[in-house]
Design a protein around this ligand. Sequence first.
Ligand SMILES: Nc1nc2c(ncn2[C@@H]2O[C@H](COP(=O)(O)OP(=O)(O)OP(=O)(O)O)[C@@H](O)[C@H]2O)c(=O)[nH]1
Ligand SMILES: [Mg+2]
Length: 240
Amino acid sequence: MDEPKFGRVFKVLFVGDSKAGKTTFLMRYCDSTFTSRFVPTVGIDFKVKILDRYIYDEKIKLQLWDTAGQECYLRITTAYFLGAKGFVLMFDLTSQDSFQSVRKWMTLISDLTSNNPKVILVGNKSDLTESRVITKEQGMDLAQSLGIEYFETSVKDDTKVTEAVDKLVTLICSATTKPTEVPITTMFRPPENSSMQLLDYDRQMAELRNRRKSKEIFHQGTIVFVGCACAILFCAYYFK
Ligand SMILES: Nc1nc2c(ncn2[C@@H]2O[C@H](COP(=O)(O)OP(=O)(O)OP(=O)(O)O)[C@@H](O)[C@H]2O)c(=O)[nH]1
Ligand SMILES: [Mg+2]
């Protein structure tokens, strides 16, 4: 396959309570690294990952937004929800509180977006079997009640990290329509994803051309008429 010129960018947000593992997840996914040091995210951060996957011959680029889980940043982070194609809603399998917050995050997503983004639920830190307080069944039940898919990951052990994102991308792709292939000409070009039918577009272009033609004919007629009138007036005056 020829290398495509442009990439299709999908905006994906990572949300969930503080310490769920969002930043470390992104470090694992994008840079294949892990750190046990906790540095809370301040506000928002983002990374770009170019996938070896295509949609309609366009390479997929992921714009991955890492949000701060701390309550004090909520107003900043939620401002970035708009336009997101997907969300990774993450909780910590060793924290009851972060599990309880999942519904709150889901409500924020549905309240603050209008494009029906795809969401997956991720229970992270599955390597910590001793301190785990949320069972797989509880995670699956919650995901099912929210109508989304569930993954258990361990960023530390690199378990199911790529699979989870791959699945989200597949869901986003299945909801992405093919871009229209009409040449851009003039002003009545329907915007991308517009519901305006191409037939409407063609009809409007034809109308515009007809209107321009009629205007030209009118102008030419006016010039001829004024010319004749002047000639008649001149003859009448000259030969009287
Ligand atoms: N054992 C284990 N620890 C993890 C795992 N994932 C993340 N951690 C640790 O959990 C802590 C919090 O991780 P972060 O990625 O910083 O959490 P966050 O969700 O970005 O937190 P905020 O930025 O405050 O929202 C860090 O000390 C990580 O090393 C995991 O899969 N297993
Ligand atoms: Mg973070």
